[in-house]
Design a protein around this ligand. Structure first.
Ligand code: AMP
Ligand code: MG
Length: 408
């Protein structure tokens, strides 16, 4: 049996980032950016108005007020999207709409609310003094040309989508989605929606994996439930190995009489890199490779397979997509946490900010590896390395947030 650190190091040696592809901006959401994105032009691109109003020489409006308006001569209209060049001199002004180019010679915009309005096309009365620079968006004040906007490896969220669109990226270079095969094994498994007979249980792992794979940005190519029989396992796996970057299974990798998964992996030429890691839950985890597929045999107990996915499979999918790995934090326990002398111990947990603004946490009350409903109360995974002593309230522990629970 190897340690968690050894297992992680072995897996890392077998990861090579996936290729790049170009996708239309509309399809780029949740993908991972494959190149740094720089500003192809300054933002704003040209001096433009932040208000609907009049472009003026600020000095002309000195002393203007409700009772002492200044009258200026109108020389043109600058609307958003219009290409005409307008220029003004002292004593002149131009109507200038939000987003419209500021005419040459103007150094301020007076809001239309502080004037006699747009209706007179010859002159306008200004009822308020303007300050030089007021309501003008200056070219390059937000971003300079060539400035780095988004770093390679960023997940494309609505924020990145907006920036990519702003700078005209109609197509976006992204990392290919990892192709994934998922299967659950167990002759006792019945699909939700059907009736259970004696001794049977519903298959939950497959649905958890599918939902997690979506979170990880993977493309699930095949998803299947396989009875504990060697023929079906062989048929499924030989196809998956040819087509997928990552294969994950649940169940059938332990010491049971019908646990054939490891045997069939090996029979099909999968090179075993480890089987069994010093951790609770999830001890019988298997990792192997075949061609360019990374293959994980995760244990069948629902909490074990969930936590093993988050600790082993999710980071691999992040690495394949050149994404930064999820951060871990230190938090203070408010209750006991059962450390194991020889193993890493993982539990679903809940973290929150207490009244002293401190990040605190506690494991869920249901601690056994078949108790999947523990996940409902959780927003993180807590883990502690091997240790003789039970951790107590006030001790620090490492936590990893469940990304989709953030702020919930
Ligand atoms: P195994 O690793 O195959 O020995 O399974 C360990 C435990 O997890 C057994 O109680 C199984 O019935 C249960 N189990 C295995 N696969 C699933 C699954 N897909 N959904 C829910 N429970 C499962
Ligand atoms: Mg089984």
């Amino acid at each position: 049996m190897i340690s968690v650190e050894e297992a992680q190091a072995i897996i890392e040696k077998h990861i090579s980032p996936l290729d790049v592809e170009s996708v239309p901006l509309k399809k780029a959401g949740n993908r991972v950016l494959a190149r740094d994105i720089a500003a192809t032009f300054p933002m704003p691109r040209f001096n433009n108005s932040a208000m609907d109003g009049f472009a003026v020489c600020a000095a002309d409006t000195k002393g203007a007020g409700q009772a002492s308006p200044v009258t200026l001569k109108m020389v043109g209209v600058s609307a958003a999207g219009e290409a005409q060049d307008i220029s003004i001199k002292s004593g002149e002004c131009a109507q200038c709409m939000t987003g419209g180019t500021v005419p040459t010679g103007a150094d301020a915009i007076v809001m239309v609310e502080h004037t006699s309005g747009f209706s007179d096309l010859q002159t306008v009365q200004i009822f308020q003094e303007a300050q030089s620079g007021k309501h003008i968006r200056i070219a390059g004040e937000e971003i300079k040309k060539g400035e780095k906007l988004i770093a390679k490896g960023a997940s494309i969220s609505p924020c990145e989508i907006g920036t990519l669109a702003t700078f005209g990226y109609g197509d976006v270079p992204v990392v290919k989605k990892p192709k994934m095969a998922i299967f659950a094994t167990g002759s006792e498994l019945v699909e939700p929606g059907n009736e259970l007979k004696k001794g049977q249980i519903y298959n939950s792992n497959l649905y958890v994996f599918a939902a997690l794979a979506e979170e990880s940005g993977a493309e699930v190519v095949t998803l299947d439930v396989i009875k504990d029989d060697k023929c079906s396992l062989r048929a499924f796996l030989s196809k998956a190995i040819k087509t997928c970057d990552v294969i994950i299974s649940s169940g059938g990798v332990s010491m049971g009489r019908y646990d054939y998964v490891r045997e069939i992996y090996k029979e099909l030429g999968v090179k075993e890199h480890f089987w069994k890691v010093a951790q609770k839950p999830g001890k019988p985890i298997f990792f192997g490779t075949a061609q360019s597929s990374l293959i994980f045999g995760l244990p069948g107990n629902p909490v074990s397979s969930f936590i093993c996915y988050l600790e082993y499979v999710h980071p691999v999918l992040q690495d394949l997509q050149c994404q930064k790995r999820s951060a871990r934090y230190q938090a203070e326990l408010t209750t006991e946490f059962p450390a194991e002398p020889q193993k890493h111990r993982y539990l679903f947990g809940r973290a929150w900010i207490d009244e002293d603004e401190k990040l605190v946490c506690a494991p869920t009350a249901k601690m056994q590896s078949h108790m999947l409903t523990a996940s409902l109360e959780s927003n993180c995974i807590l883990r502690t390395p091997p240790g003789e002593k039970m951790l107590i309230a006030g001790d620090k522990i490492e936590l990893k947030p469940l990304s989709w629970q953030f702020l919930r």
